[in-house]
Write a protein that binds this ligand. Structure first.
Ligand SMILES: Nc1ncnc2c1ncn2[C@@H]1O[C@H](COP(=O)(O)OP(=O)(O)OP(=O)(O)O)[C@@H](O)[C@H]1O
Length: 262
């Protein structure tokens, strides 16, 4: 629960979203919502528009048509900075960490938006800045404990196996203490064990921090296992929306997936 909102309230409402790139219609009239505290998956075959949808939510793309209502307010012209500031954090399909920096420092970069003091103020009020720094470090250490990566906290990210890099990326997103966490294919390229770990962490984040999670994932087993609700896109259109069971038995969804390699 965050502030005065309750579990199950709609916190993000996407209405009639249309997005095109030149002649390519990436999203056509897409509407769906995200409820407080749920795990919401976006699935669909390659090129269906999943990444575009995530990019609309965190302000990378501005849709030509449609409305985005976030926390009861219509969002206009939000950019990535404003989205992050308002509590939306994300991880990327391809890991976007500072490879030469340690795990600790990478996660610390996720605190940037939370830092109040700028460099000048830091020089003037050294004590206050130091206090703030200590508070940030504490938060980062909590995340490191939570993700069970104490042993590698000083290790440069480039030396870590892929699965752990993904975990560090999750840590950096968590450092921003987001209300909505967007995960773009969090299990892509992972082996079975790494996938199980990541699943557990996603569920724990949701459970212990109450974070609402929107994720894109190709692994159907994972999606159906951990999601509360699933929205299905195909060729930029919404063809299904509901609980995993509802989506599984939706004929349009079955057809779309039988049409590809599944
Ligand atoms: N920046 C862009 N410029 C031009 N076309 C784009 C851009 N981003 C996406 N598209 C097009 O929009 C459509 C949807 O792409 P998108 O990446 O959102 O799909 P996706 O479901 O995430 O695919 P995948 O599973 O392969 O990652 C595709 O036809 C894609 O070529």
């Amino acid at each position: 629960m965050h502030g005065n909102r309750n579990i199950g309230d709609v916190i993000l409402d996407l209405r009639n979203i249309c997005l095109s790139f030149g002649g390519v219609k990436a999203l056509t009239d897409i509407s769906f919502n995200v409820r407080e505290h749920e795990i919401r998956a976006i699935i669909g075959p390659n090129g269906a528009g999943k990444s575009s949808m995530l990019n609309v939510i965190n302000g990378v793309y501005r849709p030509q048509e449609g409305e985005i209502i976030y926390r009861g307010q219509q969002r206009r012209g939000m950019d990535t900075y404003a989205a992050a500031k308002s509590g939306i954090a994300r991880t990327f399909q391809n890991i976007a960490l500072f490879k030469g920096m340690s795990v600790l420092d990478n996660i610390m970069t996720g605190r940037n938006l939370k830092m109040q003091t700028n460099f000048l103020l830091q020089a003037l009020y050294w004590g206050a800045a130091q206090k703030e720094e200590i508070a940030h470090r504490k938060k980062v250490e909590e995340i490191i404990d939570f993700l069970e990566i104490q042993a590698i906290r000083k290790t440069p990210v480039s030396r870590l196996p892929y699965g752990l890099q993904k975990r560090v990326e999750l840590g950096r997103a968590l450092a921003a203490e987001p209300e909505i966490l967007l995960l773009d294919e969090p299990m892509a390229g992972m082996n079975v064990e790494e996938k199980q770990d990541m699943c557990r962490f996603i569920l724990d984040v949701n459970d212990q921090f109450g974070t609402t999670i929107v994720l894109i994932e190709h692994d159907m087993g994972v999606v159906m296992d951990i999601s509360d609700r699933v929205v299905v896109l195909d060729y930029g259109k919404k063809i299904g929306d509901g609980t995993p069971d509802e989506v599984r038995s939706n004929q349009d969804v079955i057809n779309a997936y039988l049409g590809v390699a599944h």
